[in-house]
Design a binder for this molecule. Sequence first.
Ligand code: HEM
Length: 451
Amino acid sequence: MNIKGLSLNTIPPIFLPLRFFLTAPVFGIFAALLVIFYGSEMWSSRWLSSSLAITHLITIGFMLMVMIGALYQFIPVMIGQLIPGGERLVPLIHPLLIIGTLSLSSGFLLKINSLYWAALISLGLSATLFALSLLPLLVARLKSHLIVFILRILFLVLIITLGLGLYMLLAYANPDAGIIYREYTDIHALWGLIAWVVLLIMAVSSQVIPMFFVIPEFSVHYLKLFSILMVMTLSGLFIVDMNLLKNNFVTLLFQLLLSLELSFVVFYILSLISRRKRKLPDVTINFFRLSLLSLLLVILLWWGYQYEVVLPLDSYKVQFEYTIALLLIYGLALSVIIGMLQKIVPFLIYLHLQNLSFKHPESMMAEPKLVLNMKQIISTLQSTVQFYLHLTSYILLGVSMYFPQVVVLAGLFMLCNFVWLSYCLFKAVIIYNNNKNRILQFPEMKMNFGF
Ligand code: HEM
């Protein structure tokens, strides 16, 4: 593992980030149960309440949940500074996010107004508290660190995505207000699924891949340039979309630019991965490969569909939209996040056990060892099972859009994917608790500075 430049002593209490990682898969389980319950009906239109509920159980309940936890864990390690007020705010942010996600998805399903209001208030509050806790770090004059730069842009993108989401939710909660919101759905989805997810993947890849897979450092210049260009291109598309500037040539230019930028990210990260110094097989890297290939497929499919390269595809419009959403959410985002959890949770547990054993030095002599290495916390076999469950459920979900007979099977595999993830993470926490208690039984070293 490459830990150059990391502040391994500046870490928050373990359950501060861990609570987000442990709750996230539960929302994946809920989403899978809805897929099994609604079956192929949910693939029949974008606007079905079941599709909206499943989308947000995954995007907010799983993706946003893990992102917040990862930021609370990684920012301190990367920049040597804890997120201000974390210990006071997280006990509020976390339950508000849970309540918000549950009320939003049940609101979509049951169409009950008070649930929309509950979602609006709790999601609005948790997003504001999270933003407030990050703000001092983002505006501080920190030494130029790539992660801080990407975080600043990520922050802006998240404000746009969540802001539009909350605005549309206000329209749902208060139908009499006559808010016209449908024109914002695509922009909300585009900024969420392209800008937020791709920046998130870059932020994670640029920090986690060199650290755990020992590959060359990411070029700071490339990543800075790419993030600015992508936000500018999406802003350009936004202006064109809102009919502020109607010009087919300009639209085509922005679409071309976006495709080139995204392709660059795919090939750049794949080429770095292929230059890995440690050649030992590591199944978790396959999650990153799967994610990047999904993005490449999105670009190719989108152009193929747009310009009817293969067939006149109009009759497949709904399936096409769902395929793109599946590739972006389940393929691009979930693959990286599930792969990352297989690494960062064992790393977090290892780090805390090691720091604790320094305070109780006699525990280091204990046999079997109490500070376990990462593979003893989540084993290669567990990660391999996870990868194949994820891959199978991903393929089956894609197939089920065209062959509805397999949708229940796809939902079952999706359920297994999230149940297995939950099992691996909870088992890791049980290992942590047992070993922590055993280390604490050894005498604590008293610091004597001779004063
Ligand atoms: C505060 C958080 C959020 C709220 C309140 C929210 C709210 C909404 C609402 C009300 C809609 C329905 C719009 C309509 O009927 O036209 C919607 C659609 C959508 N949202 Fe969100 N959203 C949030 C976060 C996110 C995030 C983080 C993502 C993705 C990364 C996302 C992705 C989507 C997508 C893809 C759709 C379109 C679904 C479709 O076309 O079937 N949302 N959102």
